[in-house]
Design a protein around this ligand. Structure first.
Ligand SMILES: N[C@@H](Cc1ccccc1)C(=O)O
Length: 532
């Protein structure tokens, strides 16, 4: 039907070049011109399809037309109430008159009520005794004819007054209609063959592409919606923690180096070369390349000496020092390796060297502090710094629901003159409060590179119990002084995991769900704003 209508439009245009009024067009399969509302809608569909191929152009004209209400449609089909009353009655003198009660049964209450009055008024029926009879032998049911005309043409020749009356009787409705004037388009042809949507290899080899018509791109069509990506829970929590650090005036350390040397991961931190954490079952070593580039020579020597023989007021480990052990490459076991790197850079000024750009940025242009009768290295130009990092670390652990061989650490270090343990504790309280943990407790602990060291516990308001949340301490002089820091510069640091707060926050109880791919996770909105 749609196809043949398009064809009819094209053929008509071919013979008369313009279709002035589409209401004059006859639709295939119909004998009367297409003046009805529905026909014009069908024509509009055909025109738009032809327009998209530039086969026609058209202008739209608006008209008001009329349509039937359900009641109007019933009358157009079955006749008016008065006509139905009339036909239910016998002709006068030729049968038994029908009583009003009988009439109701014959034509229904409504028709009997409305129709009787009108039929009397028209002079179609009359009384005979107590009953009703036909007065005229034949009648003209004008209402039915008028409604039938409106149904098929959308209008009425009889004119406005009748239309107004039918509207008042709620038999017809006015509706906005359209008709069209159609001209040939730039691609006019009488063929309705569907335009090609793709240029195929076949068309190229057979040469049919030369004569084919191609569908134009529709740049107004809306594209298919792509489902957008979303941040991983670890990234979301990382962003929250990063914000806390930034609010507290911290600068982020560059920590992209997963592969570190044993020197930076352990030696620089005064971790004894014989420490169990360095063993194969705890640390992943790299076999290719197997050794690292050496650190700056004099620093390396100071570190080797403090381990082997001591210094800076320390007796050292008094154990043999192996250069080979120090050069080993490994996957860093903690981000404190990166912190050590940065602290070494930060100490450059104290060593009397030009600091590189990184450290300038980290100290936020803090004013240099001057020594109190301290004569260390060449100069004393130290600037306080607050640094943090959130990044991945690796440990050769047996994996289970709460342990993986790789995870993320959040680490902060603060370097300033004369810092004390009280500064560290005070700082922790502020930091964890910002994470939603108001109550914190500290327990003495041991780290090879901090003294004193503190484990941090917090009362978790959602879990309603004390949970271990981190590890912290004051970095040892054996670590800081070989870097070049004067004695009064103290550095405290702490580390927390990223996975644990994320798991609690998102109600995940298997850590593998966090780094695997098939995970269903509760929305953030439903979770408490407290981590750990
Ligand atoms: N590196 C420690 C955390 C820590 C960082 C800095 C100071 C003290 C402790 C850990 O892996 O748990």
């Amino acid at each position: 039907m749609a196809e043949s209508l398009q064809k009819r439009i094209l053929d008509t245009l071919d013979s008369q070049s313009t279709i002035i009024d589409t209401r004059q067009l006859t639709i295939p399969g119909e004998s009367e011109p297409a003046s009805s509302h529905d026909s014009q809608i069908a024509i509009l569909g055909a025109l738009n399809s032809l327009l998209s191929r530039d086969m026609v152009t058209y202008e739209t004209h608006e008209v008001f037309s009329y349509g039937l209400t359900p009641e109007g449609a019933q009358i157009a089909k079955e006749g008016s109430h008065e006509a139905r009353v009339w036909s239910a009655l016998p002709v006068k003198g030729q049968g038994r008159p029908v009583s009003p009660v009988e009439l109701k049964k014959l034509v229904g209450d409504e028709t009997a009520k409305v129709g009787q009055g009108r039929a009397f008024k028209n002079g179609w029926i009359g009384k005979e005794g107590d009953g009703l009879v036909k007065v005229l032998e034949s009648i003209k049911d004008t209402a039915k004819l008028e409604l039938q005309e409106i149904e098929s043409t959308g209008n009425l020749k009889a004119g406005e007054k009748v239309l107004a009356d039918l509207r008042k009787r709620k038999l017809i409705l006015q509706r906005k209609g359209q008709w069209f004037t159609v001209q040939k388009g730039s691609n006019f042809s009488t063929s309705t063959a569907k335009p090609e949507t793709d240029l195929t290899a076949d068309m190229l080899t057979t040469g049919t592409w030369k004569t084919s018509t191609f569908k134009r791109y529709n740049f107004d069509a809306e594209g298919i919606l792509t489902s957008g990506g979303t941040l991983h829970p670890l990234l979301k929590v990382r962003e929250e923690i990063r914000t806390i650090f930034l609010e507290m005036g911290f600068a982020e350390m560059p920590t992209s180096t997963f592969v570190e040397s044993a020197f930076w991961c352990f030696d620089a931190l005064f971790v004894p070369q014989q420490h169990p954490a360095r063993e194969l079952q705890d640390t992943f070593y790299i076999s290719d390349p197997p050794v690292s580039l050496p650190p700056e020579k004099s620093y390396y020597e100071r570190v080797a000496t403090v381990h082997e023989k001591g210094g800076y007021g320390s007796t050292g480990h008094r154990a043999p020092w192996s250069e080979k052990e120090s050069k080993k490459l490994l996957l860093r076991t903690h981000t404190t390796a990166s912190s050590a790197h940065m602290l070494y850079k930060l100490a450059a000024r104290c060593r009397g060297e030009e600091p590189d750009d990184d450290t300038n940025e980290f100290t936020h242009g803090a004013k240099p502090t001057t020594a109190h009768g301290e004569s260390h290295a060449k100069g004393y130009d130290f600037r306080p710094a607050k640094l943090f990092s959130i990044d991945r670390v690796f440990r050769n652990e047996t994996m289970d629901a709460t342990h993986l061989a790789e995870f993320h650490q959040v680490e902060g270090v603060v370097a300033d003159r004369n810092l004390t343990l009280a500064d560290l504790i005070g700082f922790m309280r502020v930091f964890f409060k910002k994470m939603g943990l108001e109550q914190v407790r500290f327990k003495p602990a041991y780290n090879p590179y901090t003294e004193p060291s503190l484990e941090i516990f917090a009362f978790h308001p959602t879990l309603q119990k004390w949970v271990e949340v981190g590890n912290s301490g004051m970095f040892r002089p054996e670590m800081l002084e070989p870097m070049g820091f004067p004695k009064d510069v103290r550095v405290h640091g702490w580390g927390i995991g990223l996975e644990r707060p994320t798991m609690i926050r998102y109600g995940i109880n298997n850590i593998r769900a966090l780094l695997g791919h098939k995970v269903s996770i509760e929305s953030v909105e439903n979770s408490p704003a407290v981590m750990f």
